[in-house]
Write a protein that binds this ligand. Structure first.
Ligand SMILES: CC(C)(COP(=O)(O)OP(=O)(O)OC[C@H]1O[C@@H](n2cnc3c(N)ncnc32)[C@H](O)[C@@H]1OP(=O)(O)O)[C@@H](O)C(=O)NCCC(=O)NCCS
Length: 178
């Protein structure tokens, strides 16, 4: 997640992608592109996913989602309500480097493969945009995120001291895409 705090940092429809067979053991989920009406739900999910000082203000989240080369993918549960249960914001940056700005899955939907589905979808999109590698930051005390990213082939390359506005350091992770 990009620069949550210190400096203000941290579309079109694509076909629905099948998730792992289910989440909650019974509700299928899919990934789609962001629509404007989703914004408030995403902000509320971000507030619930991160502590104060790391979660984004509405303005920060909007800023990152609107960056020229950024995109947002949404994970929704299946019928009947098609509720948003997670999202990812990423950016195809300069020098063929992608950046995961944030990935958020609601607590009730975790450990069912939704984060993995979102991450793979974003990596595919970055590759399509010409990225050869991807990087991200996460709080050094976010053990779940560090395990999640390592499971997906990311490696810690450095640490940014006091990166977040609550004073916590960030681990910087990278992965070669192609
Ligand atoms: C990190 C996060 C996105 C993972 O989403 P998820 O849908 O639970 O991830 P998945 O179900 O795809 O997990 C894939 C693998 O990652 C690892 N993993 C994920 N969460 C883990 C946890 N809490 N503890 C240990 N390993 C974990 C496991 O290896 C898992 O595979 P397994 O369930 O078969 O053991 C989610 O926990 C989250 O939104 N957290 C709050 C926001 C956050 O910290 N985002 C990341 C920083 S930007």
């Amino acid at each position: 997640m990009e620069n949550r705090g210190l400096k203000p940092f941290r579309g079109r429809s694509e076909p629905f992608r099948e998730g792992t067979p289910s989440y909650n053991g019974r509700v299928p989920f899919t990934v789609r592109d962001f629509q404007a009406a989703d914004f408030d739900t995403l902000w509320r999910i971000d507030q619930a996913c991160f502590p104060a000082g790391i979660s984004y203000s509405r303005a920060e989240l909007r800023l990152y989602m609107r960056r020229r080369a950024s995109f947002t993918l949404i994970a929704v549960s299946g019928e009947p309500d098609a509720a948003i249960a997670g999202f990812i914001v990423a950016e195809a940056g300069a020098r063929a480097r992608g950046h995961i700005i944030t990935i958020d899955v609601i607590a009730a939907a975790r450990r069912f493969g939704m984060g993995s589905l979102l991450l793979r979808a974003a990596e595919d999109r970055l590759i399509s945009a010409g990225c050869r590698s991807v990087e991200l930051e996460t709080a050094v005390d976010n053990a779940a995120a560090l395990l999640f990213y390592k499971r997906h082939g990311y490696s810690v390359v450095t640490t940014y001291p006091r990166y977040y506005s609550n004073g916590v350091d960030a681990s910087v992770l990278e992965k070669t895409l192609v």
